[in-house]
Design a protein around this ligand. Structure first.
Ligand code: PRP
Length: 214
């Protein structure tokens, strides 16, 4: 039996997804040791391997088949645009991709002005403004603390993830438009889906039984 390899996005999602997998009998004791410097974890008995990667890299590992299965946010899937199958919505890590800014920026959006948009997600922002809204904007790529941009005058608005809305509120910003809802998804390599169909659909069905949904 060959290993089924899982790539998990490091951080909050990894912890929650491992808890879900545990409930369907997919366990990996080695991975619970928070002090370990190991990069790859194996459950020999069940034929599973797990590794943690930066969220943005998870779709890459899955597209190339270095991982059969990936657990990653819909935001990363949309941004990376890799060739893979998105097979299941785990319903964890729920949040929204939004256009945010000060209330005063509402008018710039309504009038389709040529504004600056700061974001960690340039592809999602481009798709939203160019293809959905047909508004020409200048997109500025940032790598974190995106909420700073409109405060210090780098951009009029941002495209970013909103979960509780606390970061926006504490910085005098608000949601101006919603781009799309987000949550963690299971993605599968296209070849693995054929070669290991039985084992992979078995995992999806077990998740469905546990969580429902599609
Ligand atoms: C994310 C996101 C927002 C914040 C939203 O940032 O970019 O800044 O969380 O959460 P809230 O609505 O509950 O306040 P993250 O913590 O991932 O860090 P980042 O600044 O590096 O993007």
């Amino acid at each position: 039996m060959r290993y089924i390899t899982f790539a998990l996005a490091k951080g909050r999602l990894a912890k929650k997804s491992l808890e879900l997998f545990e409930q369907i009998g997919i366990t990996c004791e080695e991975m619970k040791d928070e002090k370990t410097r190991k990069l790859i974890f194996v459950n020999e008995e069940l034929g599973y391997r797990f590794f943690l990667a930066k969220a943005n890299d998870v779709p890459t590992y899955v597209e190339y088949g270095a991982a059969d299965i990936g657990i990653v946010g819909k935001d990363t899937i949309l941004e990376e645009g890799r060739a893979l199958y998105e097979v299941y919505d785990l319903g964890i890590g729920k949040c929204r991709m939004c256009v945010c800014g000060p209330a005063s920026a509402r008018e710039c959006l309504e009038n389709h002005e040529l504004i600056r948009v700061a974001t960690k997600y340039p592809n999602i922002a481009k798709d939203y403004f160019y293809n959905k809204k047909h508004q020409t904007v200048e997109i500025i790529k940032l790598n974190g603390s995106i909420e700073l941009a409109p405060i210090v005058g780098l951009s009029e608005v941002i495209v970013d993830i909103v979960e509780t809305g606390a970061t926006l509120r504490e910085n005098g910003l608000e949601v101006l438009e919603e781009v799309c809802p987000l949550s963690a998804r299971m993605v599968v390599n296209q070849v693995s889906m054929k070669m290991e169909n039985e084992r992979i659909t078995g995992i999806i069905n077990d998740l469905r039984k546990l969580l429902g949904g599609n």
